[in-house]
Design a protein around this ligand. Structure first.
Ligand code: HEC
Length: 179
């Protein structure tokens, strides 16, 4: 094979490549379909799931707080509180830190400490720190009170929440009876 022939082969390959590119460009033009701005139908899987799945509703509607609290113990709670201690004091007469002082917090109205500057979300949240509220908040603070400035991911384990809530309850002038 002389070099002339090789050139011809290369030229042929190039031609084919160019043709393929050309055809795809042309077909793009011919078969171009404009996407509608709003699709004809919207599938909202999330909502459908929530409404249809009875289990989800039950879990959301009612937490068996007595059973949950029974999982925890004060000793573990004290250990878990180390995560909170970066921002909160717990002793009687303790000062506000990044977060408000937590002595006596169980049963207290939300956002009650007068010399602490709460987020708008928390100061407008007109409830008290019952066992249920604390449990809900501590699962995922930002989800329970949207706009809270407590930047803490949450305690995923039920036992951890129960323990730390028991520990909070102990650090009080009047610990509430457990549910
Ligand atoms: C990174 C700092 C930080 C950590 C860690 C943290 N908190 Fe907080 N916490 C805050 C801040 C800030 C607020 C005030 C929230 C607001 O105003 O929205 C707060 C508020 C609270 C409140 C409401 C108190 C009141 O007076 O109404 C409770 C209860 C609470 N935290 C419990 C906990 C517990 C329990 C933990 C550990 C499991 C924890 N926090 C971990 C910063 C923190």
């Amino acid at each position: 094979m002389d070099s002339f022939e090789i050139n011809k082969i290369i030229a042929a390959i190039l031609m084919v490549a160019l043709l393929i590119i050309g055809i795809s460009k042309v077909s793009d033009l011919v078969f171009y379909v404009e996407k509608p701005e709003t699709p004809g139908y919207i599938v909202e899987t999330d909502q459908v799931l929530k409404v249809d799945d009875p289990n989800v509703k039950v879990v959301e509607a009612k937490v068996d707080i007595a059973a949950l609290m029974a999982l925890g113990d004060v000793i573990s709670g004290e250990k878990i509180f180390k995560k909170c201690a970066a921002c909160h004091s717990i002793v009687k007469g303790g000062k506000n830190n990044i977060g408000p002082a937590l002595y006596n917090v169980v049963g207290r109205k939300v956002g009650l400490i007068s010399d602490y500057k709460y987020s708008k979300a928390m100061s407008e949240y007109k409830k008290a720190w019952t066992f249920e509220e604390l449990n809900g908040y501590l699962i995922k603070p930002a989800k329970w009170i949207k706009g809270t400035k407590m930047s803490f991911a949450g305690l995923r384990k039920e036992k951890d929440r129960a323990s730390v809530i028991k520990y909070l309850n102990q650090n009080s002038d009047n610990p509430l009876p457990l549910p």
